[in-house]
Design a binder for this molecule. Structure first.
Ligand SMILES: [Zn+2]
Ligand SMILES: [Zn+2]
Length: 154
């Protein structure tokens, strides 16, 4: 096989490839595949002409050879993409949970959520000064206390 040393072996089984002339005016590339190789029945033919032979050699050396590599590359790309999406979604979920917790915490400490009412109709937020005053003054608000006179306090 002198002159055709540029032929790569089979990309799947590594079987030695060879170029032969078939019929009257065709080139054929075939390889000595291991039994069960996916390219076992694969042959590459081209007309016998000076410009077709380089194309045939290129086809065998590149097209068949690169396909699995491309697939793996694509696969990795997709995997990375999926991982990215997953990470994004997880981040979104985490952010969502954090926001929910924050809202829950705010709800608990929100001054308006609990109001202590005085008989006069005045309301004071549970954790405000006014509510603290009422708690220390038998539930009577500061205004009422001022109006009824300070003497009532025991
Ligand atoms: Zn093979
Ligand atoms: Zn009052």
């Amino acid at each position: 096989m002198s002159g055709h040393g540029e032929l790569e072996p089979c990309p799947y089984c590594g079987g030695h490839a060879n170029l032969s002339k078939i019929g009257r005016d065709w080139y054929r590339i075939a390889a000595d595949h291991v039994t069960g190789c996916p390219l076992e029945d694969f042959e590459l033919d081209c007309p016998q002409s000076d410009d077709q032979l380089p194309l045939l050699l290129r086809d065998w050396n590149t097209r068949v050879d690169r396909r699995p590599a491309n697939c793996a590359e694509k696969c990795d790309q997709l995997k990375a993409e999926i991982a990215g999406l997953k990470t994004g979604y997880e981040a979104y979920e985490a952010q969502n949970a954090a926001l929910k917790a924050e809202v829950e915490a705010l709800r608990k400490t929100a001054p308006s959520s609990e109001v202590v009412w005085c008989a006069c109709g005045d309301g004071h937020a549970a954790n405000s000064y006014g509510a603290g005053f009422m708690a220390a003054n038998n539930g009577v608000c500061e205004n009422c206390d001022a109006a009824t006179g300070k003497g009532e306090r025991s």
